[in-house]
Design a protein around this ligand. Sequence first.
Ligand SMILES: Cc1cc2nc3c(=O)[nH]c(=O)nc-3n(C[C@H](O)[C@H](O)[C@H](O)COP(=O)(O)OP(=O)(O)OC[C@H]3O[C@@H](n4cnc5c(N)ncnc54)[C@H](O)[C@@H]3O)c2cc1C
Length: 453
Amino acid sequence: LGGSGSINGCFFVRGRPGDFTRWAELGNRGWAYEDVLPYFRAIERFDGDADPTVRGQAGPFHVETLRSPHPLARRFVEAARQCGIPSAADYNGSDASGAAIAQTSIREGFRETSFRAFLRPSLARRNLRLLTGRRATRVVIEHGEACGVEVAAASGTRMIRARREVILCAGAIGSPHILLLSGVGPAAELQKVGVQVATNLPGVGANLQEHVGLWIVHALKPGTRTLNMDYGWLGILRHGVRFVARRDGPAASPSAHALAFASSDPSLTDPDLQIHFMPLGYRITANGIEIPPTPAMMAVPNVNRPLSRGRLRLASSNSADAPLIEPSLLQDSEDVRRLIAGCRLARRIFGAPAFVDFADRESFPGRDCETDGDWESAIRAHAGPVYHIAGTCKMGLDPFSVVDPALRVRGIAKLRVIDSSIMPVITSGNTNATALMIGAKGVDLVLESSRLP
Ligand SMILES: Cc1cc2nc3c(=O)[nH]c(=O)nc-3n(C[C@H](O)[C@H](O)[C@H](O)COP(=O)(O)OP(=O)(O)OC[C@H]3O[C@@H](n4cnc5c(N)ncnc54)[C@H](O)[C@@H]3O)c2cc1C
């Protein structure tokens, strides 16, 4: 319950105002920054000093600035400033650029989720029934109209009928998967796997977007304390006691303690790079994550608003088979160029005066990585997703759009998608806050059209 927000990194980032201007420019009326801002405000309860016309202080979803950032995180913000990235007063405010200690979806030391903030307080309502342990296998469509959902459970498959509408919110992988299984998608591809076509919608599963990043690891001088030394039982005990006593420390913190939003090119008005700073260094290997017991720090630059587009399609008509996902993360050379610029920037930040007393040497990818060609090889071999998939049921007016600006699926009545799959263009930063905003605005769209109180 709570979806990816129940397992995510807890970074709370709205994206830039320009992200939503772009959505509106694509024909999505009602989704410009000034339209979505009231929803962002209504959702959140932000505990920091901020402009109350932009930030919410009375909503159900708690957002707080990391309570106990590692001392190196403040060094990172200072080092970024020394490299020309200003310190951000509030990167979720009207100017979403610069470097700052991370804002998090954490309430009193515990993860804040959509389940905890919105669903759990409503569970007693008589018009809500929550069923768990079920998988939606398809939307049942009769005469061009969604009339229910088929669900599979250990006890068998059954259909749940809808009196008004069906709303899919299974995320950027689950929602297009269910639509394709229901015969809503590219007709030729559906026929190939034996799914009967309900409507030909070529955009279902296309337009897949994700932020691609590379992990830059910097070894620190002996004697510097980072979280690398805390992965033994002693560290776990120490931080566990601290968590119980004070609800802060590493056990109440995400992996990155500071974030920066910067540009690969000074002529850009909207920063196209994000950097996560972690007071910890690890390597991602074929066998998983390796955390050395020696001090290290890490920066993960990733590309905002990437131009590469992946896609998702059916492996078979069996709903139990996972869909095939082609992320195509580095398909567009511009994304590679931007990521190289981000990696070089991260290296410059680690070499800035603020780190001089601590920094030893870059351990990954290492100083041998110098030319554009070296960087591109390192990126193609080691870059990865930062888990922000979006856009696979995009909202819009063009033939590849899947839902209209009221989030109704084209060509099928009484069916909507309300989740991160509807983003026409992925936002400039971690996507959970935007998924929550889409949910809140989606509620109003449903209420408007059904005239419910
Ligand atoms: C590891 C990880 C780390 C992340 N870190 C961050 C972060 O720090 N900050 C941030 O802002 N964003 C982060 N994200 C992204 C963010 O959490 C997502 O963008 C956001 O939660 C998407 O919300 P959603 O409602 O669209 O989909 P989801 O939250 O994915 O919800 C979809 C739900 O539908 C369910 N579902 C899917 N298919 C079916 C089916 N067939 N039948 C029944 N149920 C189904 C799923 O189980 C899930 O509960 C992270 C994501 C991951 C995975």
